[in-house]
Design a protein. Structure first.
Length: 145
């Protein structure tokens, strides 16, 4: 499931949350976890959601046993990145900076989280320096193509 993954609905997202936390899991157990969070869906409804998620490449199913076991085929991070990319494209003309600033502005962060931000910025900065050094070492003719 790459860059072009299909968006998921709120109901599908609720199913994914259970799969991330408890999967691999059978439909019956999945329904029990969904009921605990206020989603009292019929067995057929959960099956339909799982089928849609499987078609989108978000869920895989092991059908070898009596009870089919469903597992998340994509991580929470992959879906978050996809959703944020869509928002950046739809609201910020593809630019990520306004989105990033909106996410962090006015929020409180732990020292660990701040260090994670610093590490990410350092990594991005080193990638930028490396790519500009490559451009400087290429012959001018190659850069003009």
């Amino acid at each position: 499931m790459g860059h072009g993954m299909a968006a998921i609905s709120d109901s599908e997202r609720d199913v994914m949350k259970v799969l991330w936390e408890h999967g691999p899991i059978a439909v019956r157990e999945l329904r029990e976890h969904l009921e605990q969070s206020g989603r009292k869906w019929a067995h057929t409804t959960v099956n339909t959601l799982l089928s849609r998620l499987e078609q989108k490449g978000c869920v895989s199913c092991d059908r070898t046993g009596f009870a089919h076991l469903f597992t998340a085929a994509v991580s929470r991070d992959q879906l978050v990145k996809q959703r944020l990319t869509t928002i950046a494209n739809d609201y910020c003309n593809g630019t990520r900076v306004p989105l990033m600033l909106a996410l962090v502005d006015g929020q409180s962060f732990s020292e660990t989280e701040i260090q994670q931000f610093r590490d990410l910025l350092d990594e991005l900065e080193s990638q930028t320096v490396e790519s500009s050094e490559i451009e400087e070492t290429e012959p001018k003719e190659m850069r003009d193509e």
